[in-house]
Design a protein around this ligand. Structure first.
Ligand code: FE2
Ligand code: FE2
Length: 277
């Protein structure tokens, strides 16, 4: 049995005691590992929602970061207070100085803790290649950009070599779960693009992709990208039976996907838990 609990998301299950914020965190339990994937935006909210879900971080075997943005890494101080030198897996660009051009001057939107501190307080594992965690989980590593219609939001910047420039978000990655029925892709913020990410997943394992969970980053996408994404999902990934999308997916894209794929498309709110046989 593999379970995925949505611990933090923008969306909250109606009437539940969970709190919402712009951020994302999942807790994934497999027969041989327990992984916290991202940490949400704030330590307090992560702590509250973990308690509401009955999850003790002391049970976790690994911490994985989808990328360095604050809405996925801001809860790290709470994680480090509860986990003794956890294995932390992330891509090598995760510590780059990240900025948002939605503010003038551009505002820092990166990690809450510096690399030196995380190197001391975690068993830091920076890898850009696919990385297995036990038998059932693989971290995708850096995702090639090949679809042609998915581009990184130009308002997201990085500081490199004294220059501020568009951030290629090479640190963006997702997880692949080996469930009994097929693969489940668990997305963080999917800055690399949904189709690029699913193509990467397909190269990691030949089994069919049956589920896609998490943030698809279609919120800033225009109609042309949404249409091209739906077309690619239809032609390249017809095996997907369930889309449980949240965070940066956006209502417009969620509705377009629902129109295309019907009840297969649902939100995934904080407090909800999916189980895969
Ligand atoms: Fe992000
Ligand atoms: Fe995000």
């Amino acid at each position: 049995m593999i379970s995925v609990t949505c611990v933090v998301a923008n969306e909250v299950a109606f009437g539940s005691s969970f709190r919402g914020e712009h951020g994302l965190a999942f807790f994934i339990q497999t027969p041989d590992a327990a992984v916290l994937f991202d940490t949400g935006q704030t330590p307090q909210l992560l702590a509250h929602n973990l308690e509401a879900a009955g999850i003790r971080l002391e049970q976790a075997t690994h911490l994985v970061l989808s990328h360095g943005h604050y809405d996925h890494t801001g809860g790290l101080p709470h994680v480090l207070a509860r986990m003794e030198r956890p294995v932390l897996i992330a891509a090598s660009a995760v510590f780059e100085t990240k900025l948002s051009a939605r503010h003038a001057p551009p505002k820092p939107i990166g990690m809450p803790l510096p690399r030196e501190e995380l190197a001391l307080r975690t068993r830091l594992t920076l890898r850009d290649e696919p990385t297995p965690i036990g038998r059932y989980i693989t971290v995708t590593g850096v995702i090639p950009r090949e679809s042609g219609f998915e581009t990184v939001d130009p308002k997201l910047l990085r500081e490199a070599g004294g220059r501020v420039e568009p951030d290629p978000l090479h640190d963006d990655q997702s997880l692949v779960l080996e469930t009994g029925k097929g693969l489940a892709a668990v997305l963080g913020c999917c800055h690399s693009g949904l189709i690029n990410t699913l193509r990467r997943v397909r190269r990691i394992s030949p089994r069919p992709i049956v589920a896609v969970l998490g943030g698809s980053h279609l919120q800033p996408a225009g109609n042309a990208q949404i249409t091209a994404t739906i077309e690619a999902l239809r032609t390249e990934f017809p095996s997907i039976e369930s889309f449980r999308l949240n965070h940066c997916t956006g209502w417009k894209a969620l509705m377009a996907l629902r129109e295309a794929f019907g009840d297969k498309v649902q939100p995934f709110a904080a407090g909800e838990k999916l189980e895969f046989i």
